[in-house]
Design a protein around this ligand. Structure first.
Ligand code: PEP
Length: 255
């Protein structure tokens, strides 16, 4: 394992929080909190805050992402947003397959794959989320499940496109619950994902791919989680809405 072969990425997922006005105020606080970081810093905001986020972060080390994207290029999909629309705004990243979308919006492994492909084809970087439910962990199928989700999400994604893919391992039982996976549990699954990437793309691509942990990562536990060999960053929900906490996580990732 060689962490120096890949980028450490800390990405905030703001979920359905902050008006555009509130987003501007939070970004003002985030800029000094993450200045000089030795890792990639991303904020994924609601669609309504993307223009503000792109404008406000110009000339800073903060990159902007969306939380979802539709898989068609254009057409009769009322309420949806295409990858080209995001690129046109100056957005760089997009989250695909977040468990809240799988749970509340009928997202499937197949639609996660379609969204990921559409994002990559448009030139975006995709943060592809996978992770097991509590029942699945208790049934002992975590590794098989995460392997399957990852494999389907990456169908027809080329080795070249993998340079713009981040995998976020997010156990569903740890998201927004305050219950974090232990650093050992996070490492075990992130390592299993990397092993799958070796099978799919070979050692070089697998070693170069960023694999994040997400699920109640916070200022207090980030250090230990990010210290693990295969944990190359974090996808942060709740704690990304507090500038000081997000700044502490970014500092932990910069070590
Ligand atoms: C997330 O939304 O991806 C997430 C990990 O949320 P939280 O950090 O609040 O658990």
């Amino acid at each position: 394992m060689n962490k120096s072969l890949r980028k450490t990425v800390i990405a905030g997922n703001w979920k359905m929080n902050k008006t555009a006005t509130e987003a501007a105020a939070l970004i003002e606080q985030l800029i000094p909190a993450v200045e000089g970081a030795d890792c990639e810093v991303v904020i994924c905001t609601p669609y309504t805050s993307l223009v503000t986020a792109v404008e406000k972060t110009k000339g800073t080390n903060i990159h902007v992402g969306a939380e979802n994207v539709h898989f068609e290029k254009s057409g009769a999909y009322t309420g949806e947003i295409s990858a080209d629309m995001l690129v046109d705004l100056g957005v760089e990243y997009v989250i695909t397959g977040h468990s809240e979308r799988r749970q509340y919006f009928a997202e499937t492994d197949e639609t996660v794959n379609k969204r990921t492909k559409a994002a990559l084809e448009a030139g975006l970087k995709a943060i592809v989320c996978v992770g097991e439910s509590l029942a699945q962990r208790e049934q002992g199928v975590t590794e098989e499940l995460v392997r399957m989700q990852t494999k389907i999400a990456l169908q027809n994604v080329s080795a070249e496109e993998m340079s713009r893919v981040i995998i976020a391992y997010e156990p569903v039982w740890a998201i927004g619950t305050g219950r974090t996976a232990t650093a050992e549990q996070a490492q075990e699954v992130c390592a299993a994902i990397r092993k799958l990437l070796v099978e799919l793309y070979g050692e070089t691509v697998a070693q170069a791919t960023t694999i994040q942990y997400g699920g109640s990562m916070n200022a207090g536990n980030a250090d230990e989680l990010l210290g693990k060999a295969d944990v190359d960053g974090g996808l942060i929900g709740g704690a990304s809405l507090k500038a000081a906490d997000f700044g502490t996580i970014v500092k932990a990732a910069s070590k």
